[in-house]
Ligand binder design. Sequence first.
Ligand SMILES: CSC[C@H]1O[C@@H](n2cnc3c(O)ncnc32)[C@H](O)[C@@H]1O
Ligand code: ZN
Length: 433
Amino acid sequence: MTDAADTVVIEGGHVLTPDFEVREADVLIDRAAGEVIAVDDDLGGDETLDATDSLVMPGLVNAHTHVAMTLLRGYADDKPLDSWLQEDIWPVEAELTPEDIRVGTELGLVEFIKSGITGFADSYFEVPEIAAATEQSGLRANLCHAFISVGKDDEGARADAQEGLDIAREFDSAADGRITTALMPHSLTTVETEYLEEFVPQAREAGVPLHFHANETENEVDPIVDDHGVRPLEYADDLGMLTEDDFLAHCVHVDETEIDLLAETGASVIHCPASNMKLASGIAPIQELLDAGVNVGLGTDGAASNNDLDLFDEIRDAAMLGKLARGDARDVAAESAVRMATEGSASAIGLPVGELEAGGTADIAVVDFDAPHLTPVHDHVSHLAYAVRGSDVRHTICDGEILMEDREVKTLDEAAIREKASEHAADLVGRAE
Ligand SMILES: CSC[C@H]1O[C@@H](n2cnc3c(O)ncnc32)[C@H](O)[C@@H]1O
Ligand SMILES: [Zn+2]
């Protein structure tokens, strides 16, 4: 029997159940176990979170981001991917310090918690700083060090890839198991074949998945076809880079053969609609991927190509852009888009998903519907897709721990982080000028 001192009851709300039904009920959580004990009427607990006029739902999972890029929010806009990276982002990233990455990460984690995100997949640099901030925040994450070989000599390229593998081994199961890892070759055009051939098998031996950018722009497709005579995902498959554990960001420019390959191998796609729109990368064929049985998760990418980390914004973008893709308003319907941001993302990156039933994972967001923009409520799921904003989230719980109560973040000092982030961002940009 659970000790009464270890329970939290989320009281008086409507609950989104795993089958996407909505019913009035309380939710009782075992804090130590990080599990849901019961979803029922009139439950009592040691602590109470008020959910009056609120929807209790699984926490959102941001399945592709570069969280420390919050420091570069608004730094360089209105450019396509290649010139944005080469002319602006990579030069300023060369000036990043480990402390910059710690502060930028903390800022992003505050934004996550305040918008109901309980898990994320990140790829960047100085991963020990990102892991330490994640551990302190109470969130779940899949982390990786991104490596690039293009532009480096063999020694430098090999050292970068080895760091990616070492980090993947070292931090897997960190933070009491809340952190898992992956190996991230940045993309199929920025990591040369010989390094993929050498390091992908080592990731398999280490039991870590692959996370990489794929087919984001046509500039990531044509060189592979020209150099290797096959489409990028066929090239990736030939290198053993497509398995059910792997997750590919973007997949905007995929053809039918590549969609079939994703379905056959079970590799997941992480859809990043805001980033794809902002960088004018294109419109990913999401409904075709879903119809083919491909698992699709949702990601914000970095805050410098979005420019917020609000996954409710991303859900709406996915639903809206998905309809434009084929000119069919039935495509990427509300429930489909919300499922992408919860169970789709979680299964893609190997994290548990919040489940509001006895024995379920206590990763939960409580969304306050008591607002003009959420009135009336004909359909809670419709509002989640087309009207809810991250700022409507009242409480955030991860692994049974209360990370935010009534919009107050408990595990990180929001005010101090915002002040430090502004200082570090100004200094960083100053060094890059
Ligand atoms: C792979 S993580 C680190 C590396 O990737 C850069 N990056 C940020 N956003 C994107 C994107 O949409 N496509 C490709 N690369 C991206 C980031 O600035 C880091 O340099
Ligand atoms: Zn990215």
